[in-house]
Design a binder for this molecule. Structure first.
Ligand code: AMP
Ligand code: GLY
Length: 423
């Protein structure tokens, strides 16, 4: 089989390494991939948002199955475009990917179908939003409606911050057209859990839960980032909470999308907060999370490609989705200065003995040398029989990988370890 994977991050690298385990796979193309992914797939220089070129490439090269990993091409309708030329693809159609593409849509969906989430108001007029934040409960959370590279959420601790957020999103258009509408919602408190799930629109099979570490520095200080590390499973996500989430959130979400004529197939990402009133949805994503994928897929014991195809063909019910009874951790090695200013172009050395657990994101090949080329450069994962062991194994990989100007957090998983002791 010929497979194409759309995207260029650590998540895509983890997906590619896992798909390679299927003996029927002859070749994997990565569009566009990156310098590190080139060790595991044939990289083709076509951007993930260039839908015309992607479709043309897949037709010309008789691709059997396409995995669309990032949010942008999903929301732009790449899966629909591929279906039109009879190429099956993993991921939701555009009309279902909107669950990530528009926060106004997803909040209204949750309200209509009684799915627990933060109370909210939506605005398409900045004056009305500014009026609202004069009296709303504080802290409050201001969110741009559309995709904003994970940066369109501002937690405002004061009224002034809330008004500034409204102005920067709606008037200064900090996130472009994504800020034409906004959601202003109740500030929630509690541990956060990510649950990725496979669904064919009929059944939902959750993957092992995980915990992201979004802040740049140790002890959850510093700016928000795309994610500095992850662990799985998440100790806060007990069997009892998982059952509640299935009943009150996962199944109702699949049913709600069906009822709206927007059947979702692919990976549905549930960003949850375990509040004192029970689990609530923080956000949905229409795809695998990054860097959650780098801990979840190494724990998958079943064949990833078979499961992905089952979501497309509606046979997920009878398809095995099994996870190892182990733990995983991933530490992101970034360029010093990320998420603000940082330098690029430093040579990266990844010893062969650990390359299996290194997922490359921001790197390019130049004259046969792998060079840093982004903020988040790569992720180092480890698995183990205990969370301690998984964390130690991940940091062992970190110690073996080298590039100058590197930065990483030293406390990935520490909060989860403390939680395990106290639960
Ligand atoms: P999102 O992009 O919607 O996942 O938001 C990014 C992060 O902001 C989340 O992971 C939470 O940590 C935080 N956040 C989002 N919405 C809320 C909320 N209503 N209350 C508290 N924190 C939130
Ligand atoms: N790690 C968060 C996300 O993928 O959106």
């Amino acid at each position: 089989m010929k497979i194409a994977v759309i995207g260029s991050g650590g998540r895509e690298h983890a997906i590619i390494k896992k798909i390679k385990e299927n003996p029927n796979v002859e070749v994997i193309y990565a569009l566009p991939g990156n310098g590190g992914i080139a060790a595991d797939a044939t990289c083709v220089n076509i951007g993930a948002k260039d839908l015309d070129k992607i479709v043309e490439f897949c037709v010309e090269n008789k691709i059997d199955y396409v995995v669309v990993a990032p949010d942008d091409p999903l929301v732009l309708g790449l899966v629909d475009r591929l279906e039109e030329v009879n190429i099956p693809a993993f991921g939701p159609r555009g009309n279902a990917a909107i669950i990530e593409g528009s926060k106004v849509f997803s909040k209204n969906l949750m309200k209509k179908y009684n799915i627990p989430t933060a109370a909210y108001e939506t605005f398409d007029d900045a004056e009305k939003a500014l009026e609202y934040v004069k009296t709303c409960p504080i802290p409050t959370v201001v969110k741009a409606d559309g995709l904003a590279l994970g940066k369109g959420v501002i937690i405002a601790m004061t009224r002034e911050e809330a008004a500034d957020a409204v102005r920067s999103i709606m008037l200064d258009k900090q996130f472009g057209a994504s800020g034409n509408q906004i959601v202003i919602e109740e500030f929630m408190e509690g541990p956060e859990v990510t649950v990725l799930s496979f669904t064919d629109g009929k059944v939902v099979k959750p993957m092992v839960s995980s915990m992201d570490h979004k802040r740049a520095h140790d002890f959850d200080e510093g700016l928000n980032t795309g994610g500095m590390g992850t662990i799985a499973p998440n100790p806060y996500y007990t069997k009892e909470i998982a059952d509640t989430c299935m009943e009150k959130i996962f199944l109702p979400t699949i049913a709600a999308l069906n009822a709206e004529g927007r059947t979702f197939k692919g990976c549905l990402y549930f960003g949850l907060m375990l509040t004192k009133d029970g689990p609530k949805v923080v956000e949905y994503n229409s795809r695998f999370g990054d860097p959650e994928t780098q801990v979840v897929l190494p724990l998958l014991d079943s064949d990833l490609l078979t499961i992905m195809q089952a979501t497309t063909y509606g046979t997920l019910e009878e398809t095995e989705v099994k996870f190892k009874d182990s733990y995983a951790a991933c530490v992101i090695m970034a360029s010093d200065g990320y998420p603000e200013h940082y330098e690029k172009g430093y040579e990266i050395a990844i010893p062969e003995e650990v390359s299996n657990m290194v997922f490359v994101a921001g790197a390019k090949l130049e004259d046969g040398r792998l060079l840093t080329n982004g903020g988040r450069v790569l992720g180092c994962s480890g698995i183990g029989k205990s969370l301690e062991e998984a964390i130690a194994n991940a940091y062992r990989v970190v110690d073996k990988v080298h590039f100058d100007n590197q930065y990483y957090r030293h406390d990935i998983g520490q909060r989860a370890l403390k939680a395990k002791e106290s639960l």
